[in-house]
Design a protein around this ligand. Sequence first.
Ligand SMILES: Nc1ncnc2c1ncn2[C@@H]1O[C@H](COP(=O)(O)OP(=O)(O)OP(=O)(O)O)[C@@H](O)[C@H]1O
Ligand SMILES: [Mg+2]
Length: 672
Amino acid sequence: MSAPQLNPPQRAAIHYLDGPLLVLAGAGSGKTRVITFKIMHLIREAKMDARNIAAITFTNKAAREMLERVTKLMTPAEVRGLTVSTFHSLGMQILRQEAPHLGYKPQFSILDAYDAGKIISDLLRTTAKDEVRKVQSQISLWKNDFKSAEEALQLAENEWERICATTYLAYQDTLTAYQAMDFDDLIRLPVELFRNNEEVLQKWQHKLRYLLLDEYQDTNTCQYQLVKLLTGVRGMFTAVGDDDQSIYAWRGANMENLRLLQQDFPRLKIIKLEQNYRSTARILRAANSVISNNPKLFEKQLWSELGLGEPIHVIRCKDEEHEAEVVVQRLLAHKFECRTEFKDYAILYRGNYQARIFEQALRNQRIPYQMSGGQSFFDKAEVKDVIAYMKLITNPDDDPAFIRALTTPKRGVGAGTLEKLGAWAGERKKSLFAAAHEEGFRLQVQHAQLEPLTQFCDFISHLQYRALREPAGELAQEMLKAIGYEAWLYDSEDSPRAAETKWKNVQEMVAWLAKKGEADNKNLIELTQLIALITMLEGRDEGELDAVHMSTLHASKGLEYPHVFLVGCEEGILPHSESVENGMIEEERRLMYVGITRAQKSLTLTHCVKRRRAGEWQFVDPSRFIDEINGDDLRHFGKPGAEPVVSKSEGKSRLASLSAMLEGKKGKGGAE
Ligand SMILES: Nc1ncnc2c1ncn2[C@@H]1O[C@H](COP(=O)(O)OP(=O)(O)OP(=O)(O)O)[C@@H](O)[C@H]1O
Ligand SMILES: [Mg+2]
């Protein structure tokens, strides 16, 4: 293999093994590359066993990409046993082995934010989303602060905090009864375990001897504690990060952790990287000038050798439909002119709700796209039905899954019976599944009601036995047949078309289980726990397709695309109005910085003159962040006195001819 391309500070970071190391550098300077090559260095030169190395990334997608890169650099034997995962999946890996120390079964359930929200909404006896969200995030903050519900209750200073703390108490009881953990627990519980059990801690310190941490600026307090405990006094780790890209404060990420590292590890060596290998000088200059409006935490320089590049296009659109049309049209024209591929483009936006209209516009032109960080495939009702069964097979004590599966399709177990079952379980702090087997409960219920319930429980137990032994896809397929799900869909949906779409999604889910199960050698139970982690951030992983990427800014962190459309650059959206009200403008600016620095060759910013809000048209201003870019680097379209944006009707005909050209080219050239 030829010598890897690394500059001197990158090489220094890779070779440094004398103690804790922080690589602090701006976007696109090769921080993630340092991690990848350092893994190789640890294995090849420092002769460490891959099993003793763990690299932590921010998303599952990033983890998969990193593993792919490492696997390309080395032989499969060399990388065997290497851990490349997110904090949450590392936590899950630890808990799967150590759960009994915490009073959990190894096959615990993992609740996603939606399931957790549902429990909280039941406890609060309200469906008001805002209230539930506020209570939920307060509980999450307490958990991440290692405050128990009892402590929170003691410390509560006002009525609202008391309500939150009481809910927290009941919520924890529910979780214990369900043998369930939420996302916060996946990090919090390993930390608690390590603090209280020296032996277990030493085992894991011995196993994970070198840690590499990407996107360090977005770790929260719990994650930081986990790192501290795992690395112990030896402090054998490399963390890389960029304070200007800290965008997860709302999830408890704490930039102070960057500073804390220096305090807690006085031997910490800091290496800075200054050359950007990703973007043209113009894009970089725009990013630098936007972020220079934030106070500096650490001094950093960033320069690029990739040439000046094109000016950044700023397009003023009439409204959101026009915006979507213009983006799609420009994308097609650009693709045609530059002979690029669809996967070279990304459309980035602040909020998920912005995606729909772009999806529509892309679909109209039959442009393939893949989404991340959006409304997930796993959130569809029919897919959630399948997941409910999978969850129940994984952990029969998962009550929400029990109720959903038992009643989908209906099995003739009446509401009265369910109520009795619930009461019996509640009084004894048992799960519904466990209660269904108890003699005392069974005596209360008529035979005709008991029969389907017993059959259901036996069915689940049987599947659980098989789940550990048989391929996941086949088992899921058989299960759907056994419960008559397809027929039930056709019975319960309003139209056969709706049922057909839903059944297609279910089949897609089964195919995914089969493929993923085989590729990663995972059984149904392991896949169930994996899904919970996937849904958390990025949605289903589509793999390498030639498709336009659509992503929220948050989910685009760490990634790069040749051509980026950053849409909705308006006051109220980016910066978000809520953040403006709460004085969180700096975090919004960092988000803009992340967005700009995803682009390699070209960047287009769009904004609308008016936008529909709650059914009403509202005039909106362009984002202040556009003004923060040097005017010489911008080229305006659609602004009075500037170049025109092709008008709607013209646009349409031009679009039609463009797509005809593209299709024609395809047709003539054969498969490309
Ligand atoms: N020394 C180098 N020579 C050539 N290309 C490099 C070098 N270092 C990094 N790159 C390339 O530059 C791009 C950015 O690198 P990387 O993704 O590691 O940056 P980063 O600092 O992690 O960025 P971000 O802050 O966005 O996560 C990648 O395409 C990478 O392959
Ligand atoms: Mg990176």
